[in-house]
Ligand binder design. Sequence first.
Ligand SMILES: NC(=O)c1ccc[n+]([C@@H]2O[C@H](COP(=O)([O-])OP(=O)(O)OC[C@H]3O[C@@H](n4cnc5c(N)ncnc54)[C@H](OP(=O)(O)O)[C@@H]3O)[C@@H](O)[C@H]2O)c1
Length: 234
Amino acid sequence: MDKPGTVVVIGGTSEIGKRLAQRYAERGHPVVVTSRDEGRAKAAAQEVGDNCIGLSIDLSKPHEIAPALADVDDVCHLVLVAIYRDENTIRDYDIDKALSLITLKLVGYTETIHTLAPRMRRDGSIVLFGGLAKDRPYPGSTTVTTINGGVMTMIHTLAIELAPLRINAVHPAVVGDSPYWANKPAAVLDALRARTPLGELVTIEDVVGATMFLLENRGVTGVNLRVDGGWMLM
Ligand SMILES: NC(=O)c1ccc[n+]([C@@H]2O[C@H](COP(=O)([O-])OP(=O)(O)OC[C@H]3O[C@@H](n4cnc5c(N)ncnc54)[C@H](OP(=O)(O)O)[C@@H]3O)[C@@H](O)[C@H]2O)c1
């Protein structure tokens, strides 16, 4: 049997990223997780398991991405989870924060794929993280909404240019048990639940499952998958 390929999770200190890394480590894959901070990357790698290494990469500094990934090889799955939320509004606009986030998602994601694509297995796959702020903005989501729209269209060119590699995107609604949302006021979360046909917010597990489906299903490429409990239908 072929030895399992390497799984790379960019933004592997997020709960979603770490959970994904753990799933593939449990299956015997070598795993790489990243953070902006070397200490956090190494701590996350230790949590994931023996066959995991942690690398420090800041996607908002795209020229540093290729050197940081120089030793990563034989990749079967690449997952781009990283985000830095700039919490910008148009009336109170912070240019530097916006530039940092736009660079991270639109240039940093692309440069990471550019760097690793030649080192991916022919049947490899990539998942980019967007989110439903592209359709349903929230206060402070001005840049997040914009970049999620960018992810949605970026996968179309990537899926054509990089075929037979498969490229898809996952777009979660509010993930109720993720650290960013779990501590929001109950009234905010209740209002979101009330607009979700399933009556519950989606969970980290739901998003991890959807990501693994996109990574592994041989018939799926160029797809933007909503994971929202039906939120967009309301
Ligand atoms: N949580 C939700 O409800 C939700 C909803 C819709 C979409 N999403 C999407 O799901 C993904 C994960 O969200 P999350 O809430 O789990 O994220 P999170 O907990 O805020 O984690 C963000 C991750 O990105 C990394 N990161 C931050 N800035 C970076 C940079 N400049 N370069 C490289 N890595 C950087 C962080 O690592 P360090 O801090 O260690 O550097 C961390 O691993 C995001 O892409 C987000 O857009 C989430």
